[in-house]
Design a protein around this ligand. Structure first.
Ligand code: HAM
Length: 420
């Protein structure tokens, strides 16, 4: 053990478990790649102002959870707490929206940082894979994203997740609802902090997890009853398209999200085996965000799925992913001359696409064979002095235990054909 530990609220991803994380990222990315989303990578930090304006000045993410700092040059930066604002900033900066091909569809994968109270499923450093479709107002796009997330979770073997769907209205109808909700909240028995929140961002009060608050919200007005005709029609079409794809969802008229940029479609993927941190992913439409960060009107929609929580969901359902073996062949040299010869063979195998590893550190036969078994390789290649004289190498099938001598010049082709 060293003097240092991973910072509070973080953990290290180590083999063999780390392979599951890679597989989860890949499973989420695969349907996106196959649906016209291009890969984007943005910096791990951005101007504080981008998140303050984008995510929302009054959100917990911005007021309490940002890792914000000032650089030696005097810039105010923050580690990214989420991906949407950065991706939109990057797309605008590169004028992707002007290339005449809207929507711009992008996917990303990376680390995000929130100074939250750590608990199982809630970390200060976590991973998301996300997708954003920028610059089109089309219910089919909202539906596409919901369907692709469903497909990703199902391809991983997850079954016990639910999709919650709501519409948050737009700049026409939301203000009317906001007023009605505020009037209702002012009449409740709420502490000062909550009353203040009701004035700044009343929708967030609906998301208050405390029982004392929830039990007073039974008769709260619902946004559903205030949606304007355009929002209603839009939402109905999203619902129809998702349903037609055979994807089951639940209407959740109380669903609100922790970020302020959402308009119209909002959704969350929750997993019932995860306790309080049950949201494995979430997203929605953000038609006004571009203008909020100084761009033109670009109605957009997206989601981000949490990799950490998806892995926990797999554990909760007892799903074991079939992970491809990383090493197919493990080479065991006996003696110095064998070491040189076999090392060259390993290099040749790797160039030919055979995944191979080597017994490093001058191990004896017993320890080296143990390492071969632990590596998960299908075959061991053993080379002793007599083998060198005879121009062969011993090929041992680690599953059946069968061992055969194969000519040194034929071994690479032999392995290629055996491994398919
Ligand atoms: P979000 O709901 O804040 O949305 O995060 C999406 C997912 O990231 C969550 O459902 C959860 O799985 C994971 N996550 C968030 N915070 C933590 C944490 N502290 N520890 C572990 N996992 C966490 C967004 O970030 C939006 N940018 C999504 C989006 C994209 N909306 C439109 N486009």
């Amino acid at each position: 053990m060293s003097t240092f530990k991973a910072p509070k609220g973080t953990y290290d991803l180590l083999p063999p478990d780390s392979a599951t994380y890679l597989a989860v990222r890949e499973a989420i990315a695969a349907p996106l790649r196959g649906s016209g989303y291009g890969y984007i990578e943005t910096p791990g930090f951005e101007s504080v102002e981008l998140f303050a304006r984008g995510v929302g000045e009054s959100t917990d993410i911005v007021t309490k959870e940002m890792y914000a700092f000032e650089t030696k040059g005097g810039d105010r930066l923050a580690l990214r707490p989420e991906g949407t604002a950065s991706v939109l900033r990057a797309a605008l900066e590169a004028n992707l929206h002007k290339a005449g091909n809207l929507p711009v569809k992008l996917w990303y994968s990376g680390s995000y940082y929130r100074y939250e109270r750590p608990q199982k499923g809630r970390y200060r450093h976590f991973s998301q894979v996300g997708a954003e479709a920028i610059g089109a107002e089309d219910p089919a796009l909202d539906a596409e994203l919901i369907i692709l997330a469903d497909q990703a979770y199902r391809s991983l073997g997850l079954r016990n997740f639910r999709i919650l769907l709501n519409s948050l209205g737009d700049k026409e109808c939301r203000p009317v609802y906001r007023e009605a909700l505020q009037t209702f909240l002012r009449g409740l028995d709420l502490d000062e902090d909550t009353l203040r929140r009701a004035e700044i961002n009343p929708l967030r009060v609906l998301d208050d997890k405390r029982e004392s608050v929830q039990k007073q919200l039974g008769d709260a007005p619902l946004l559903r009853d205030y949606l304007c005709d355009a929002c209603k029609a839009y939402h109905e079409e999203v619902r129809e398209l998702v349903t037609a794809a055979g994807v089951v969802f639940e209407d959740d008229p109380k669903l609100v999200r922790g970020l302020d940029y959402y308009t119209r479609t909002t959704f969350e993927f929750v997993h019932d085996g995860l306790g309080s941190q049950s949201a494995v992913g979430g997203g929605g439409r953000y038609d006004g965000l571009s203008e909020m960060i100084g761009g033109p009107a670009l109605p957009s929609v997206g989601w981000a799925l949490g990799v950490d929580r998806t892995v926990l969901a797999l554990e909760a359902e007892g799903v074991e992913l079939e992970l491809p073996a990383t090493t197919s062949v493990f080479a065991v040299p006996l003696g110095d001359e064998a070491r040189r010869v076999l090392f060259a063979k390993v290099t040749e195998m790797r160039k030919n696409g055979v995944a191979a590893d080597f017994a490093y550190g001058g191990k004896g036969l017993k320890a080296a064979m143990k390492a071969a078994n632990r590596s998960g390789a299908r075959y061991a290649l053993i080379l002793g002095e007599r083998d060198i004289e005879q121009g062969v190498v011993q090929l041992k099938d680690l599953e059946s235990g069968e061992q055969t001598a194969v000519g040194m010049n034929e071994i690479v082709a032999e392995l290629e054909s055996r491994l398919g």
